[in-house]
Design a binder for this molecule. Structure first.
Ligand SMILES: [Zn+2]
Length: 229
């Protein structure tokens, strides 16, 4: 799962309770995903620290984490600013890249599937479907983007090709794709497509899993294309 990188980060930051940085991170992350902080806008650390009632240190740490995910940029003398949205070219490149690697990843995952691994995947899918009703629409959507990333990463982890997995993981594709557009259709249809993928895994059907992943990625690309219209 995508958590491994974060977990190692946390262990090295044991001085301060992790929850403060996490809470600050979540707050900024949601505002970046919902474009409440506009793409390219400066992110004043002092203002955010005051707003959230924390010191600047956890804000700086949260922003550094977001910088690694390329949701924020840091420039000399200017400080942190919100990353620009993907261009149409970047979107096309990312979509093609995923279509090259992830259907093959799903096929390999089907071949290596075990009941335990399937159960873990189903757990992530259920977590997405649940949608945490207590959260507002913005938080739900940001959360969905994050868990979708974990779901796809988990499939690639099961596939066992570490080069494919880490290459995709380092692109943080989900965050950047989901940031393009806020739409409930994006979430509902994706859930149904994930279900088809899980059905293929349950059946141990590798070609079906490959086809299901390809269909999901193509449909997802078509949905998000609307962001450029
Ligand atoms: Zn998905």
């Amino acid at each position: 799962m995508a958590l491994s990188a974060d977990q190692s980060e946390h262990t090295s930051q044991a001085i301060r309770p992790v929850s403060v940085v996490d809470a600050v991170y979540d707050s900024i992350y949601e505002r970046l995903m919902s474009l409440e902080i506009a793409p390219g806008a400066r992110i004043p650390m002092d203002l955010i620290a005051r707003e959230l009632g924390v010191s600047q240190t956890p804000v700086r740490e949260a922003l550094a984490r977001l910088e690694r995910e390329r949701l924020v940029c840091k420039a000399h003398l200017i400080g942190f600013s919100s990353a620009p949205l993907l261009t149409r070219k970047q979107f096309d490149d990312l979509s093609s890249f995923r279509l090259l690697l992830e259907p093959e990843g799903a096929r390999l995952a089907a071949l290596r599937m075990t009941p335990e691994k399937l159960k873990a995947l189903e757990g992530i899918a259920a977590d997405m479907a649940e949608g945490a009703p207590a959260l507002d629409r913005t938080s739900r959507y940001s959360r969905f983007a994050r868990i979708d990333g974990q779901f796809h990463d988990a499939v690639l982890q099961i596939a066992g090709n570490e080069v494919i997995r880490s290459t995709l993981h380092n692109q943080h594709v989900h965050l950047h794709l989901f940031r393009l557009m806020f739409h409930t259709r994006v979430t509902q249809e994706a859930l149904e497509e994930h279900e088809e993928l899980l059905a293929a895994f349950r059946a141990g059907d590798a070609p079906r899993a490959e086809a299901a992943m390809r269909a999901h990625l193509s449909a997802s690309r078509d949905r998000l294309l609307q962001a450029f219209e």
